[in-house]
Design a binder for this molecule. Sequence first.
Ligand code: HEM
Length: 400
Amino acid sequence: MDINLVDQDLYAREGAPHDRFAWLRANDPVHRHAGGGLGWPDFWAVTRHADVVQVSRRPDLFSSSRKLALFEEMPEEQREFQRMMMLNQDPPEHTRRRSLVNRGFTPRVIGALEQHIRDICHDLVDEARGRSSIDFVRDIAAPLPLYVICELLGAPVEDRDKLFTWSNQMIGAEDPDYAADPTEGRDAAAEVYAYANRLAAERREEPRDDIITKLLRPDDNGEVLDENEFDLFVLLLVVAGNETTRNAASGGMLGFFEHPEQWRRLVADRALAGTAADEIVRWVSPVNLFRRTATADTVIGEQEVKEGDKVVVFYTSANRDEDVFADPGVFDIGRTPNPHIGFGGGGAHFCLGNHLAKLELRVLFEVLAERLPNLAQAGPARRLRSNFINGIKELPATVS
Ligand code: HEM
């Protein structure tokens, strides 16, 4: 079987290669993969749920900071920038930062945003109802997480468009519709970094009752994020909080279009929106992969790997693992239990925004099922050219 799991054009054309993932899980679950023409070194492609969990929970054996050697195509100063982000660090450096930002993302803090998120969803639906046809991505899926992040940051409404463009350029750096070339993505990151710096200066001058002001204050132990750490965290929030949730929402809607019986089920019983949110994250796996580096000779499943080897975990594959999910190829919005690992396989880097993302998805699909029950697909979905994010750029729909 022809195996290239990181071919950007393949993802743009047909989405994630589920047939190849299934074959690998059954025949070669920790597969020696060529660099894929991306300037990456060869790596181990980890495709089974249990193995992805194992790698994720052992940051001592599978490092997030040393994985940066995988970004060999990047200029050194860019790699330096990446190295400073929480996502690319290991304990104990990571632990300190993570505990400082955890304060802003507890279920209680996030739960308090529900009414605000509901208001945003109703506003977006009001606008959509004024038109006969919409692009679900542009009109619903993209603005929701963007407006929520702006709310977290306390960013003024007039800055939304700017943040929207920067976020597209960063994540879509490999897609000509979003960025003319990858340097645009890097420039956009520098803009967001500078923007965060200004925002923090304003909040220090004039504290407000927002999550960002909370994160600028010392914690109970007197620990505080320094200026650089804070700016990098905002940058991470804009990247991690926007595209992921956007593509969960649009991929979820596409899932409903392709499984109209599930949509009718939700419309008839909106209490299913909670389990639907999890099933959407499993089904779509908005984040396709993450990279690690082995810090010692060790074993993944039955495969020996050597110190320094590159390891890539594929959440998209793990989320369809037949050993864990009954009928993994079925989109079932009532699926319980649903031990998907769309937010990561557990351990130190488990998605900080998972409560927020699930809240946004639950409320969005409750509101859509209530107010736009006749939503229908009106043209083919156009997919993002990216092997990192399972993304949709355009999803035409009619509202009545
Ligand atoms: C980390 C997925 C939404 C913030 C991650 C990871 C994944 C992920 C797979 C890496 C886990 C690992 O390496 O073990 C998703 C998905 C989302 C989503 C599928 C939406 C459906 C969000 C939102 C935010 C967010 C809304 C913030 C507002 C973060 C941050 C990290 C992270 C800051 C890094 C955590 C760390 O390094 O400790 N996410 N995410 N994510 N996510 Fe999310």
